[in-house]
Design a protein around this ligand. Structure first.
Ligand SMILES: CC(C)(COP(=O)(O)OP(=O)(O)OC[C@H]1O[C@@H](n2cnc3c(N)ncnc32)[C@H](O)[C@@H]1OP(=O)(O)O)[C@@H](O)C(=O)NCCC(=O)NCCS
Length: 163
């Protein structure tokens, strides 16, 4: 299957929302807020990067970056990351994450942080850190990929993530 990764452009908004909604549909860790996250970040001027994977002109996956803090450190949050169920396990998620991490590295932040499946994200180098705390639900799923130093302090995602 051929697919390519590009930045989102005007007119992609609805398709992106649908990809996130379908990817998280029925997941125990998903809720109705997930599909609205990319729109909310965009509206708040907090969408640092929004990449889509396109196959035959159809958007089949997406990933977003937004500003986050760990203590006084400046990080980028990766998420949501979503691939349409019928196109999962074909490498699309890995491709999107690779591109997002490449951009994040040149962006000049201390690293990237996310909340998600520990098994899945370890392959990209994400780790949990005892020095990192999170006041919201699911603190055990907070993972960081530092570009410099050791992350320390409380994680603060953009307020739209608290829904
Ligand atoms: C997680 C997700 C983005 C991965 O995208 P994908 O295109 O299926 O991923 P890839 O094809 O690049 O898979 C890479 C590897 O991850 C594994 N993998 C895929 N989905 C997985 C999942 N949900 N849990 C654990 N491992 C997973 C695959 O086995 C694959 O490993 P392999 O090549 O050794 O078989 C996609 O499954 C998805 O949208 N899931 C629902 C939404 C979600 O959970 N998002 C992330 C949480 S924020």
């Amino acid at each position: 299957m051929k697919w390519k990764i590009r930045q989102e452009t005007e007119g992609d908004e609805v398709a992106i929302t649908q990809v996130v909604a379908r990817a998280f549909e029925g997941k125990s860790y998903g809720d109705e807020n997930d599909a609205k996250l990319v729109d909310a970040l965009r509206d708040a001027g907090a969408l640092v990067l929004s990449l889509v994977a396109a196959h035959k002109g159809q958007i089949i996956g997406q990933v977003a970056l937004s500003p986050a803090k760990i203590g006084e450190g400046r990080y980028l949050c990766v998420g949501p990351l979503a691939v349409l169920p019928e196109h999962q396990r074909k490498g699309v998620g890995t491709g999107l994450m690779g591109h997002a991490l490449g951009v994040a590295q040149v962006y000049g932040r201390d690293g990237v942080v996310l909340q998600g499946d520990l098994n899945y994200y370890a392959r990209f180098g994400f780790e949990t850190f005892p020095s990192v705390s999170y006041a919201g639900e699911g603190a055990q799923f907070i993972q960081v990929l530092p570009f410099k130093g050791t992350p320390s302090g409380e994680v603060k995602f953009h307020p739209v993530f608290s829904g």
